[in-house]
Design a binder for this molecule. Structure first.
Ligand code: ATP
Ligand code: MG
Length: 721
């Protein structure tokens, strides 16, 4: 059997790791040194050389996207499918376990996943039910508390509460959990905790999986939390082998309970583990790598790793200081256009930022220049209001006891069920220890609700029942389509007649296409609808509508972990933005911000551009900032200040310069005459007023009904009328 392709092109240390005998292993290495690649090849090695069945391997990654990529690469190496291998995120795998053993986990068969938005609503409801003032007891804080305790593996009854704050939060946790259990809802943290308890308390289930998974492999181990590590230990038992890969310098989820100490705990708990260090970086140019190394060197308490590359020196890091965030966006757009002109693909570009809210201005700049882009996180498809509304109807059809879904759509579209009536339903649900659906039924049956309220609530209950009856035999997409119409959601957004409403209608339609392309695995006891709903909650947004289009990638620094791009922009490099204001006061949090900076920089393969704005309007406030301290930590000879080399102009400045003698040339450049009528897909019809610039930079001023606009000709896709 020829297995050389599993080791080809690897360095010695990588080969050692891929072809090691059966043993526990820790691969500890810096960014871009091939950790993930080693993991992929190791899995292929286990299957092809060591003759393990894919069934006996469990591999854990940080995102669903990473898992899909990993599966694809393993299949490519082996030339066969490895569907039976458990590969996914901790949450995804926990979910799978709970579905398979729902009874042992004391869950109803049709349990649903509660995402963090719905969780917050439910927490708010609990606070109201306990008569706690939300000003004094913010729902977010309670949510944080609950998830934190769950990540530590603690149930409310295990918590020792001494002061009034702890006692109250503990009470909220207990009441919240009761409500979840009653309604068959499982939040993200609960997935892990419940699966952990299942393995811990059920000898049969535990031994079954311990026998099955002979090899457990975990990527990005530095960002595991306590319960995730406990999971790994439990499944490892005494006979199985664990391989973890990680980088302490890339631990960026401490704020969410991740424990970089797990790396040391692993060496303590698996003393026979061999540590393999990889030191050659294959991703970035020398410039980028040295600059990243210089920044992270400012942190203390590092495990210490060398990282070098024999690749090209590459271009220096570009630094651009803008006046404000608008100008920052304009500069970035101009760099992107330059990249395109040189034949670069848009999908090789990433725009990274510290906070989701920073994306809006960048998006506007890209939209204006008609550069396609995709967003990871933030505006996730399944997180959008209208999509959540539609999904809530589907969830209710699948499970009437889903209180979160009930609350969401009982009066959407409005059907005259006011806060007072809802209050009665909540109260009854609380008193009777039952779900809102049942409580509503009861209030109707016992004629406690009267008049219009009774009619309205009855109408809603009947609607959901009828929708189920009418659609249960339909295909998933026909069912979804019918629900969109039958619920009145589509009509509601269609009637709204605003730009936003139009997008919402499009999104609802997109939901039907999502159900069309969704392939259920046909897991026992699960309807396609139930499978789709789990998918919607778990994979929110990782797959967007225009996944196949060549597009610039926008994401937070956090979600860029593990990825790589030829050209990377790190935007908003200002004190108070990055590092964030809260973190700059605390050394621990500052160190984590610096690791985040290291993660961001090491995503870049060829070019890295850092930008900052002297003033920035964010969350509706204008602030002046100094450049980020991380900029000051870069080796000066690795940085090129590009401010003086570029000309970013406002249309009025450039108009005066190009005022005379360009009309003829511009006609050749743009193909439009002054005074000509043109059509734009978004702004409608207009008249050409002016030109400026040449080549792909040439711009055209058009007077539309909504006012005059400067457009980049190459991207505006104007049609002559
Ligand atoms: P991160 O810490 O960012 O997750 P990583 O250590 O997981 O990085 P990989 O993503 O596995 O690194 O590898 C980085 C890049 O280097 C990838 O493009 C990978 O294909 C490439 N690479 C890894 N090892 C080699 C090698 N021996 N020869 C050529 N390219 C390699
Ligand atoms: Mg990796």
């Amino acid at each position: 059997m020829d297995v050389s392709h599993l080791l080809d092109g690897m360095n010695d240390r990588q080969r050692d790791a891929v072809s090691a005998d059966e043993r526990h292993m820790l691969v500890l290495a810096g960014a871009g040194s091939g950790k993930t690649r080693v993991l992929v090849h190791r899995i292929a090695w286990l299957i092809q050389v060591m003759q393990y069945s894919p069934m006996s391997i469990m591999a854990v990654t940080f995102t669903n996207k990473a898992a899909a990529e990993m599966r694809g690469r393993v299949e490519q190496l082996l030339g066969r499918d490895v569907r039976s291998m458990w590969l996914g995120t901790f949450h995804g795998l926990a979910h799978r376990l709970l579905r398979a053993h729902y009874q042992d986990a004391k869950l109803p068969q049709n349990f649903q996943i509660l995402d963090s938005d719905d969780q917050l609503r439910l927490v708010k409801r609990i606070l109201r039910a306990l008569n706690l003032d939300e000003k004094q007891w913010p729902a977010k804080q309670a949510q944080w508390y609950i998830n934190g305790k769950k990540d530590e593996g603690l149930r409310a009854e295990h918590i020792d509460a001494f002061d009034i704050t702890d006692k109250t939060l503990k009470e909220v946790y207990a009441a919240y959990q009761e409500a979840c259990d009653r309604a068959g809802l499982v939040d993200f943290a609960e997935l892990l905790l419940r699966a952990h308890e299942l393995l811990r308390d059920n000898k049969y289930v535990r031994e079954h999986y311990q026998k099955r998974f002979r090899h457990i492999l975990v990527d990005e181990f530095q960002d595991t939390n306590q319960i995730q590590y406990a999971w790994v230990q439990m499944l490892a038992g005494t006979q199985n082998y664990v391989t973890i890969v990680g980088d302490d310098d890339q631990s960026i989820y401490g704020w969410r309970g991740a424990q970089v100490e797990n790396l040391q705990h692993f060496l303590r708990d698996f003393p026979s583990a061999e540590t393999i260090r990889l030191e050659q970086n294959y991703r970035s140019t020398n410039m980028i790598l040295q600059a990243a190394n210089a920044v992270i060197a400012n942190n203390e308490d590092r495990l210490g790793k060398e990282l070098w590359t024999d690749g090209a020196d590459g271009a220096p890091i570009s630094l651009y200081g803008a006046f404000n965030e608008q100008e920052e966006a304009r500069y970035i757009v101009s760099r992107i256009m330059q990249w395109q002109e040189q034949g670069g693909a848009l999908s090789d570009i990433a725009l990274l930022y510290r906070n989701n809210a920073q994306s809006r201005v960048l998006e506007e700049g890209l939209l204006y220049a008609q550069i396609p882009y995709r967003i990871y996180g933030g505006l996730r498809f399944f997180d959008r209001q209208e999509v959540k509304d539609a999904v809530a109807y589907l969830r209710l059809i699948s499970n009437r006891n889903d209180d979160a879904a009930f609350e969401r759509v009982v009066n959407t579209p409005t059907r005259g069920i006011g806060e007072r009536t809802l209050g009665l339903v909540r109260e009854a649900a609380k008193n009777e220890q039952t779900t809102m659906w049942r409580a509503a039924q009861q209030l109707v049956n016992e004629k406690i609700l009267t008049g219009r309220a009774r009619t309205a609530v009855t109408g809603f209950l009947t609607l959901v029942n009828e929708l189920e009856e009418a659609t249960h035999a339909m295909s998933l997409s026909a069912q979804t389509d019918k629900v969109l119409h039958g619920s009145g959601l589509l009509a509601m957004y269609q009637a709204e007649k605003s730009d936003k409403a139009e997008t919402r209608v499009d999104n609802l339609k997109e939901l039907v296409s999502a159900t069309e392309t969704f392939v259920p695995t046909g897991e026992e006891g699960m309807t396609p609808l139930a499978e789709f709903l789990s998918h919607a909650a778990l994979e929110a947004g990782e797959e967007q509508a225009d996944a196949h289009q060549d597009a610039v990638q926008l994401m937070t620094l956090h979600s860029a972990k593990g990825l790589e791009f030829k050209l990377v922009f790190m935007t908003g490099m200002e004190e108070g933005t990055f590092p964030s204001l809260q973190s700059s006061a605390e050394s621990g949090r500052l160190a984590e911000e610096r690791r985040l900076c290291y993660v961001g920089m090491t995503r870049a393969m060829e070019q890295l551009v850092l930008t900052y704005a002297e003033t920035r309007r964010l969350y509706g406030q204008m602030n002046t900032h100094r450049p980020s301290r991380f900029i000051g930590e870069l080796p000066p000879d690795h940085v090129e200040n590009v401010r003086e080399h570029v000309r970013v102009e406002t249309p009025s400045q450039s108009r005066s310069r190009f005022h005379t003698g360009v009309s003829h040339e511009s006609f050749v450049e743009t193909g439009f005459k002054l005074g000509q009528r043109v059509l734009h897909s978004k702004f409608g019809e207009g008249t050409v007023l002016n030109y400026e610039g040449t080549g792909s930079q040439s711009r055209i001023q058009v007077n539309f009904a909504t006012g005059s606009k400067w457009l980049v000709v190459a991207y505006a896709r104007l049609t002559a009328l």
